[in-house]
Ligand binder design. Structure first.
Ligand SMILES: C[S@@+](CC[C@H](N)C(=O)[O-])C[C@H]1O[C@@H](n2cnc3c(N)ncnc32)[C@H](O)[C@@H]1O
Length: 150
């Protein structure tokens, strides 16, 4: 399920607080978040990792059709790659994935400053900022300074 438009706007706001470096979407899906992100932030490198073949193929076709030179889409398990230097990780996953991401951040020590998560918190970490969406569940969007939790 892709991020909602309210979540997308809130995540974009937070992304703009993370400097000027690369943005990595952990599980980029059909491209609902990463394609507009790459389009509206052409000065920043944007990288997506997606496990499922069909969403990756469709998002890759969209990237080509829109000539998004700043966007790189890998069909890969983000847990099994060495993450490149970046300003921020963004994700919309599920609780167990957040546990695995926390372990990966501690073990791999990537050169990345921030993590923004739609709805699911990192275990045992205090967010630097939380936005409650104006929806029925007041869904949270979390911003973490992950240099502080490693
Ligand atoms: C809920 S969707 C979010 C899509 C997009 N990031 C958004 O916010 O609209 C989560 C995506 O993460 C992908 N995913 C889950 N675990 C993954 C992993 N370990 N490596 C790569 N992709 C993964 C799923 O296949 C799915 O497409």
């Amino acid at each position: 399920m892709p991020s909602s438009s309210k979540a997308y706007k809130a995540m974009l706001e937070l992304v703009d607080e993370t400097g000027t470096g690369a943005i990595i979407d952990l599980g980029s899906g059909w491209g609902n978040l990463i394609i507009p992100l790459a389009k509206h932030r052409p000065q920043r490198p944007v990288i997506g990792y997606e496990l499922s073949w069909l969403p990756w193929l469709i998002s890759t076709a969209l990237k080509k059709a829109l000539h998004l030179e700043n966007l790189t889409l890998y069909r890969a398990n983000f847990l099994q790659v060495k993450l490149p230097t970046a300003s921020v990780l963004i994700c919309y996953l599920y609780p167990e994935a957040m546990v695995k991401i926390a372990t990966k951040l501690q073990q791999d020590q990537p050169d990345i400053n921030f993590l923004i998560s739609n709805n699911f918190a990192l275990p045992a970490s205090k967010p630097d900022k939380t936005i409650a969406l104006n929806d029925f569940y007041k869904s949270p969007i979390y911003l973490y300074n992950i240099r502080g939790i490693k």
